[in-house]
Design a protein around this ligand. Structure first.
Ligand SMILES: Cc1cc2nc3c(=O)[nH]c(=O)nc-3n(C[C@H](O)[C@H](O)[C@H](O)COP(=O)(O)OP(=O)(O)OC[C@H]3O[C@@H](n4cnc5c(N)ncnc54)[C@H](O)[C@@H]3O)c2cc1C
Length: 285
C-alpha cells in the first residue's frame, strides 16, 4: 500500500518547525525524523497524518556535543553515529555496545536517537539507556522550552510526557565516571527484531564491592524501568556469579511482563532472568 495523502513541510529552523507544529499538531500533524517507524505505519495506513513536519533540514538539530559533563544528542543524530565510541570513557563504549542491537544497518543510518525516545517503543534500546542514565529530555514548543527527567518522561506503550505540539530537540546523557562497569544483553528471535527483553547493568566497585548499581529492564513491560529490588540485591556484594544469579532472580520476580501472541508472561519473565544474568556476567569481563 501507499500512504494516504499528506502535506509536507520542510522548516529550516527550530522556531519555524515548532510554529508549523503548533498549527498542524491539533490535526494529527507529525514530526518526521528518520521515518523508520512512522513511514512503515503510514505505508500500511495504520497512521494517516495529514501533515508531516520534516526536521531533517534543521541544521541546529544535528548537534552531538559534550557540554557541562553531558552528551547532548540533537534530534537529527542518527543511530549510526554511535557505531564507534562518540566520547572517551564508558559512556561512549556503552552506546557503541548497545547500538548494534538496534534493527539493521540501513535503518540505523536513518533512524534517530531522539525519534526512538519520542516514539517510546517498549523494546527501544535507547529508551532503556535513557532510563538507566537518568537522561534529560529537552522539549520545545511555541510556548517555550522545558526539560523533562527520564523517570517522568515514559508513561506507557508508545506514550510519553511530550505534548502533541512539542518537538524533542535534544536528549542529554551524563558522562560516566571512568571506573564505571556495564553490561548489556537482549534476546530477540531473529537478529534485528525488537527484543523480547533486554537488560542494562551499570555499577562501580569500591573496595571490591558493588556501589551505585543500576539494573534497567526494557522490552518486558510497557516502558523500560530500573528494578530497584535487583539493585538492592547487588549493592555491597562482590561482582561474582552468585550475586549476579541472585540479582537476576530478583529482577525476574519484580517485573510484570507483557503478553503477546508469541510470548507468555512466564516466558518473558524467564528471558528477563537470562538477559539480566548475561548483562551482569558481561560487566565483569
Ligand atoms: C524492521 C525494523 C526493525 C526495527 N528494530 C528496532 C529495534 O530493534 N530497536 C529500536 O529501538 N528500534 C527499532 N526500529 C525502529 C527504529 O529504531 C526507528 O528509527 C525509531 O524507532 C524511530 O526513530 P525515527 O527517527 O525513524 O522516527 P520517525 O519514524 O521519523 O518518527 C517516529 C515517531 O516519533 C515522532 N518523533 C520523531 N522524532 C521526534 C522528535 N524529535 N520530537 C517529537 N516527536 C518525534 C514522530 O512524529 C513519529 O510519531 C526498527 C524499525 C524497523 C523498520
Amino acid at each position: 500500500m501507499k500512504p494516504a495523502v499528506f502535506r509536507y513541510h520542510a522548516p529550516k529552523t527550530v522556531d519555524e518547525a515548532v510554529a508549523i507544529l503548533a498549527e498542524v499538531a491539533p490535526h494529527d500533524g507529525r514530526i518526521l525524523a528518520g521515518g523508520q517507524s512512522l513511514v512503515p505505519t503510514m505505508a500500511f495506513r495504520l497512521a494517516r497524518p495529514p501533515h508531516l513536519v520534516d526536521i531533517n533540514g534543521v541544521d541546529a538539530l544535528r548537534r552531538l556535543a559534550v557540554k557541562d559533563d553531558k552528551l547532548c544528542i540533537g534530534a537529527c543524530v542518527r543511530h549510526a553515529a554511535f557505531g564507534r565510541p562518540i566520547v572517551d570513557g564508558p559512556l561512549g563504549r556503552l552506546l557503541s555496545a548497545v547500538v548494534r542491537h538496534i534493527a539493521h544497518y540501513p535503518i540505523r543510518t536513518r533512524g534517530t536517537f531522539c525519534g526512538s525516545v519520542a516514539n517510546a517503543d517498549p523494546a527501544s534500546e535507547w529508551c532503556a539507556v535513557a532510563v538507566a542514565l537518568g537522561a534529560e529530555m529537552v522539549a520545545r514548543s511555541v510556548r517555550g522550552t522545558r526539560v523533562i527527567a527520564a523517570n517522568e518522561f515514559f508513561a506507557g506503550v508508545m506514550t510519553t510526557a511530550l505534548q502533541e505540539d512539542e518537538l524533542l530537540t535534544e536528549v542529554r546523557l551524563p558522562l560516566l565516571p571512568p571506573d564505571t562497569r556495564f553490561g548489556f544483553n537482549e534476546f530477540s528471535r531473529r537478529a534485528g527484531d525488537f527484543a523480547i527483553a533486554m537488560a542494562l547493568a551499570i555499577y562501580r566497585l569500591d573496595g571490591g564491592k558493588i556501589v551505585e548499581p543500576r539494573i534497567t529492564i526494557g522490552g518486558a513491560e510497557p516502558h523500560a524501568r530500573r528494578i530497584v529490588q535487583a539493585e538492592q540485591a547487588l549493592a555491597g556484594r562482590g561482582p561474582a556469579a552468585d550475586s549476579f544469579a541472585a540479582a537476576a532472580d530478583v529482577a525476574a520476580g519484580a517485573v510484570d511482563p507483557m503478553e503477546d501472541a508469541q510470548n507468555t508472561a512466564e516466558y518473558r519473565r524467564d528471558v528477563v532472568r537470562a538477559v539480566t544474568r548475561r548483562a551482569l556476567d558481561q560487566s565483569a569481563t
